[in-house]
Design a protein around this ligand. Structure first.
Ligand SMILES: [Zn+2]
Length: 594
């Protein structure tokens, strides 16, 4: 089978399912602007007067407009991902940005008028079975109602957006323009923050230690400006929270994630209780590397030497591991591959990294990756197809408006899919270096998602608490908080260099979306819990899991996982996830010979 599979560089997107060409896209944008305006002229000011079937018709039509919008946006975005210098694609991006603003302006009344309805009127229509496919999302939208201000107040708040963006842009520029002279062994050259960070995965310890020094040596002179940006943004957010009536700085993020404060706190507390699992691994890793104690620069040092994987091998791993779990998942994987919806190989000008993007109910999702024959690339392929299978199944069963869920649940199927592929590899791989690398990578990726993101969330909580007491968030204070929260995690299992106090400086989430990070901990832990249930009873689990994928965003995370017997508000639930994580640690130690 493998020999008939194409080479990586031949696996490229066929965008014809999206648009024939740029002319069609331009015509599509123009037509969509007209349709949105016409839709608005028919419905604006009338939402309160519609009965359930009238509302259903409105939401169905809005869904059609939404999917057409998605088709055009994805086409433009993918063209740009294939070649950042493509002139036509850049023109389409400008057109898309302008047209999207017009379309969104025309459609914004739907949400506003829906929220403005009196509770008893809204409840009456929501009780109708005709609105059932939309009920959950419509209820969630209305939860914002107590925090929405008058139109004039909202406009005044919107008017200060450019200033907020300027603080964010200043922060981003300070980080992205930083270049530090550094020698990776082939002569000194300017290195960016992300280039220095990637040196931490190198096998050469001298390079790792020097890269960390160079990183914080470069960042520390900019810390004052970076702290000022953070202080301004935190102060601004807290001021608006007071006006809107939010009681807790985490509340807006929690509401977006459809998680309550109690659930998030139970998760964070259980995670802190389980920091010891991380410390045990770092102690074992020091032994493996022949060190008395691990330093921060050794945290991501590679364990084991993984062999190379060909593209056909990667396809086989995902196909088989998905297929033995559920033939439906493998079917979707092969349908996307067969339709030319995967772009596999790296090329000059192509976007870095990997992603999966949903398009519409009619069009299969598209996946981008940069496959370079590494073991990690096989996991990435499985990860992105965790997203793709979720998209396809949710769009089959749900409306466009209710198929999508927030980041906490969206990253669960991708993490789960990676575990399916990793387990399959561990069962079938005979090369000991590859097995060790796989087990260690998997464990350390879980630590990065679960522990590091929790440290970040605790740091943010304390920063907001200090600012609420009227204390300015200066460099010294942030350095202190950062060091304290990190020390709680690493304990004395790992030596933190003094300069690591500046570790908060370059993290974009603090600046762009507060408390964004705990969603990653959540997704990893829920995926671990589900995987545990799967191993306990594979037969009963698979159909229930497909139902979870098909449910998309039509229920809250708590309701989505309830059929698996998971109570997210209970610390015990989260403790169970750590039993699973600890088993992964033991496995990694065994396979690496620690
Ligand atoms: Zn993902």
């Amino acid at each position: 089978m493998a020999t008939t599979e194409p080479r990586t560089e031949d696996v490229r997107w066929d965008l014809s399912d999206l648009c024939a060409d740029a002319d069609e896209a331009r015509a599509g944008w123009a037509a969509l602007v007209e349709r949105a305006a016409e839709f608005a002229s028919r419905y604006r000011g009338r939402i309160g007067a519609l009965d359930a079937s009238g509302l259903r018709a409105l939401f169905e039509e809005a869904d059609e407009l939404g999917q057409e919008h998605s088709r055009l946006q994805v086409y433009t975005f993918l063209r740009l991902s294939m070649d950042a210098t493509d002139v036509e694609a850049n023109d389409l991006t400008t057109i898309g940005r302008d047209r999207s603003a017009e379309i969104e302006n025309d459609l914004v009344f739907v949400g506003l008028e829906w929220i403005a309805l009196d509770d008893d009127v809204a409840e009456q229509v929501l009780a109708s079975p005709e609105l059932a496919p939309y009920t959950h999302k419509l209820r969630v939208e209305r939860e914002e109602k107590p925090y929405v201000l008058t139109e004039a107040e909202e406009q005044a708040l919107n008017a200060r957006r450019p200033v907020v963006s300027s603080w964010q842009a200043l922060h981003d520029r300070q980080v992205s323009t930083l270049e530090v002279p550094f020698d990776e062994g082939d002569g000194e050259s300017p290195h960016t923050v992300s280039e220095l960070l990637s040196c931490l995965y190198r096998p050469n310890r001298t390079i790792r230690l020097a890269a960390l020094d160079a990183l914080f040596g470069g960042l520390s002179p900019r810390a004052d400006v970076l702290a000022a940006c953070y202080d301004a943004l935190v102060g601004d957010r807290l001021g608006i929270d007071r006006l809107r009536g939010f009681e807790d700085p985490m509340q807006p993020t929690n509401m977006n994630n459809e998680l309550d404060g109690e659930t998030v706190e139970a998760m964070l507390t259980a995670t802190e209780e389980a920091y010891g699992i991380g410390r045990k691994w770092y102690t074992a890793k020091a032994r493996l590397l022949g060190l008395e104690r691990l330093e921060l620069a050794d945290q991501y040092a590679p364990i084991g030497e993984a062999r190379a994987f060909s593209w056909p091998e990667a396809v086989e791993v995902v196909d088989t591991s998905f297929g033995r779990f559920s033939p439906r998942l493998a079917e979707i994987f092969k349908a996307c591959l067969g339709a030319g919806h995967v772009d596999a190989g790296p090329r000059p000008g192509k976007a870095p990294g990997a992603y999966c993007t949903a398009v519409s109910k009619q069009i299969l999702p598209y996946v981008l990756m940069n496959f370079t024959n590494r073991l990690r690339d096989v996991s990435t392929l499985a990860h992105e197809f965790g997203h793709a299978t979720h998209n396809v199944l949710a769009l089959e069963k749900q409306t466009w408006r209710s198929h999508r869920c927030g980041i906490p649940m969206a990253e669960v199927p991708s993490t789960f899919a990676q575990a399916l592929a990793d387990d399959y590899l561990l069962e079938n791989e005979s090369d000991t270096g590859t097995r060790a690398a796989l087990a260690a990578d998997r464990l350390e990726n879980s630590f990065a998602a679960i522990y590091r993101q929790t440290v970040l969330a605790r740091f943010e909580q304390r920063a907001y608490a200090l600012r609420m007491q009227g204390l300015a968030l200066g460099v010294e204070r942030l350095n202190e908080l950062w060091t304290e929260e990190n020390t709680k995690y690493y304990g004395d299992a790992l030596v933190l260099p003094t300069d690591y106090a500046y570790g908060w400086t370059y993290i974009p989430h603090f600046i762009h979306v507060r408390f964004y990070t705990y969603a990653y901990s959540f997704a990893q832990l829920v995926a671990l819990l589900l995987y545990r249930r799967y191993r306990e009873d594979p037969e009963a689990f698979a159909p229930k899991y497909l139902d979870l994928l098909s449910a998309g965003g039509s229920a809250s995370p708590a309701d989505l996982v309830a059929p698996f017997g998971l109570d997210l508000r209970s610390t015990d639930t989260w403790r169970e996830a750590f039993a699973e994580l600890d088993a992964m640690r033991v496995n990694a130690e065994t396979l690496s010979g620690a």
